[in-house]
Design a protein around this ligand. Structure first.
Ligand SMILES: Cc1ncc(C[n+]2csc(CCOP(=O)(O)OP(=O)(O)O)c2C)c(N)n1
Ligand SMILES: CC(=O)[C@@H](O)[C@H](O)COP(=O)(O)O
Ligand SMILES: [Mg+2]
Length: 623
């Protein structure tokens, strides 16, 4: 039946009774396809029926479906004519793992970061009103994404709406790991209380329909503070915020879903439809291990085991360091914004549950919360992906740096991240952190240095950021393990002519560049900068005496990055050197392999050598 779906709205031609069969076909397709490419399997398996129901009720591309995070939009892609492109999912030139407006007119909003869907949807609704347009808007948000503050700002704002806006809450009790916090408990209560009250499938509750006393009774209940009302009027929290609540609905029953969505679509005002789904549904390994199958690499279908075993990653090293540090340093506590698996904090959480805090998908809160922990005498380590820390920009500046608080930021996925693409690139942190007064920034060249830097960070003062990339930890240069000294770089290889000033994982690329320069008879000094802030100005002054060319290398945008700071310093200090900056150019870098992204950004050894050759040629011509 799946072959009949080649363009948007083809789903409407399938007889209703055959839809469950189609859902199973889609599941089989997803499992088969992702077993080869990898991707966000568990979340997608959970929303197959919900997506089918949405596409039955709404007309695309006229109507707007906005997927929160967007990692669960694979069935949406299949139903809008992109099934044949799944071989290239998340690969260079292939389709993205997230909704992309450039990819299809049916993708209404580009996503990747969490909790944006209600704000964006509300924006569409307001534009529709002002421009007198006729289309429907539905935002689909998960229970994990609903732990993010932005979602509440948007709901608060939506309460005043007089025209239709549907928010579908996809509740599977999971963020990447088990969902946490008060809202998650509240949703749990709704799921249980529905056992007593039945679903609220219509815009007016069953109670309201009781002739004579119904509306008064509902009004009176709304005014009481009694917890009993939760049992009588489901979704009171949302109702009190001004949204009409419908549900909870079985998210795997297409008929029931279609009915409630059609009802919600007719309502004048904001409506929240609470849908209960199962993450990983239909594939036993994903149902057993939804967190592992949240985002998976290629796997064997029979066992669910990964096709390739990877060597220890920087995350694995950080995980071990944190576990050991937990033993040695009783004041060290760990904070995550719903990323305990991805950042490697799971082991710390298991060993020191009282010193571990999962705050939900709330990076801004996590930073200020860590500030409070530091003021209370603890040493908080906030482990976070570079790209998601962008959410905590003001909190970093205002709450941590301004008070010079000793908070450690363990910044994972710093640099190019591969298949998640432009929404997840960790290419901005050196720029946005460097401009913050009192911030110390370090980047390790290999796995041992990550461990040494973490230990150093614990005994520092003030805010400290330690950034390291996604993937396998470098095990080269083991013999270079001089103690970490504040603001001091490490010279790996001494030469003359060209100084390669490399940050973090670029040291490995710099080694290759240095070797290839040597083959051509060019002598290069290779420096592992270790610190981006403060960087080793004394060393740079010394190097300038016999190196007319500095080449800076960083997996960060050029603007405001390490290279530009070196360039500015050389100018201020009157150093007679040419500075060549190898950094990410001023554009968003799409999905694909990290090697491909490195070539695209000119950060591979070939591209850097090419630039060095051109620079030297220009210098020769000038002589
Ligand atoms: C700002 C931000 N922080 C963290 C993440 C990483 N992340 C992606 S999906 C996800 C869990 C989302 O849970 P939910 O919305 O319930 O969707 P589900 O996977 O359960 O379908 C997290 C934490 C993100 N994408 N954006
Ligand atoms: C959708 C999302 O934001 C995360 O699931 C992210 O894709 C995880 O990336 P890693 O694979 O680098 O942990
Ligand atoms: Mg969820």
């Amino acid at each position: 039946m799946l072959e009949k779906i080649v363009k948007p709205n083809d789903i409407k031609k399938i007889p209703e009774e055959r839809l469950p069969e189609l859902a199973e076909e889609i599941r089989e397709f997803l499992i088969r396809s992702l077993s080869c490419t990898g991707g966000h399997l568990a979340s997608n398996l959970g929303v197959v029926e919900l997506t089918i129901a949405l596409h039955r009720v709404y007309n695309l591309p006229k109507d707007k479906i906005i997927w929160d995070v967007g990692h669960q939009a694979y069935t949406h892609k299949i139903l809008t004519g992109r099934k044949e492109q799944f071989d290239g999912l998340r690969k260079e030139g292939g389709i993205s793992g997230f909704p992309r407006r450039e990819e299809s007119a049916c993708d209404s909003f580009d996503t990747g970061h969490s909790s944006t869907s209600i704000s964006a949807g509300l924006g569409y609704v307001k534009a529709r009103e002002l421009k007198n347009k006729k289309y429907s808007v539905v935002s689909v948000i998960g229970d994990g994404a609903l732990t993010g503050g932005l979602a509440y700002e948007a709901m608060n704002n939506a309460a005043e709406l007089k025209t239709n806006f549907v928010i579908v809450l996809n509740d599977n009790e999971m963020s990447i790991s088990k969902n946490v916090g008060g809202i998650s408990d509240y949703l749990g209560g709704l799921r249980t209380s529905s056992a007593y009250t039945g679903f609220k499938m219509g815009v007016s509750s069953a109670l309201e329909k009781i002739p004579g006393i119904g509306p008064e009774l509902v009004n009176a209940l709304r005014k009481t503070k009694s917890s009993i009302k939760q049992m009588v009027i489901p979704g009171m929290l949302f109702e009190n915020m001004g949204l009409t609540y419908l549900g909870p609905v079985n998210g795997h029953n297409i008929r029931q879903l279609t009915k409630v969505l059609a009802e919600a679509k007719r309502f004048e005002g904001p409506v929240l439809v609470h849908v209960v789904t199962e993450k990983g549904r239909g594939y036993a390994p994903a149902m057993r291990h939804p967190a592992r199958f949240h985002g998976t690499s290629a796997f064997e279908i029979e066992t669910g085991l990964p096709v390739k075993r990877s060597n220890p990653t920087y995350t694995d090293i950080f995980s071990t360091v944190m576990r050991k540090m937990g033993d040695r340093e009783p004041d060290v506590v760990a904070v995550t914004a719903s990323m305990s698996e991805g950042t490697g904090l799971k082991r710390f959480a298991n060993m020191f549950p009282r010193r571990f805090f999962d705050v939900g998908i709330a990076e801004g809160h996590a930073v200020t919360f860590a500030a409070g922990l530091a003021l209370g005498g603890l040493i908080p380590v906030f482990a976070v992906y570079s790209s998601f820390l962008q959410r905590g920009y003001d909190q970093l500046l205002h709450d941590v740096c301004m008070q010079k608080l000793h908070v450690i930021f363990a910044i994972d996925r710093a640099g190019l991240v591969g298949s998640d693409g432009k929404t997840h690139q960790g290419c901005f942190d050196l720029s946005y952190l460097s401009m913050m007064p009192d911030m110390t920034i370090m980047a390790p060249k290999n796995k041992w240095e990550l461990s040494d830097m973490m230990k150093f960070a614990v005994h520092c003062q003030g805010p400290v950021a330690l950034r390291y990339p996604r993937g396998e930890a470098y095990t080269g240069l083991e013999e270079f393990r001089a103690p970490i000294e504040a603001g001091k770089a490490e010279v790996i290889r001494e030469g003359s002519q060209i100084a390669l000033l490399a940050v973090g994982n670029m040291v490995k690329i710099a080694e290759e560049v240095a070797d290839r320069l040597q083959e051509r008879g060019v002598s290069a000094t290779l420096v592992n900068m270790r610190f981006v802030k403060p960087f080793d100005r004394d060393l740079l002054k010394k190097l300038a005496e016999n190196h007319p060319v500095f080449v800076t290398m960083e997996e960060n945008v050029e603007s405001g990055g390490f290279g530009q700071q070196v360039l500015a310093f050389c100018g201020e200090a009157g150093l007679d050197v040419s500075v060549c900056i190898a950094a990410v150019p001023d554009c968003f870098i799409g999905h694909g392999s990290v090697d491909w992204q490195r070539k695209q950004t000119g950060l591979d050894a070939d591209s850097i050598l090419e630039r060095i050759d051109k620079l030297r040629e220009r210098q020769e011509n000038r002589k």
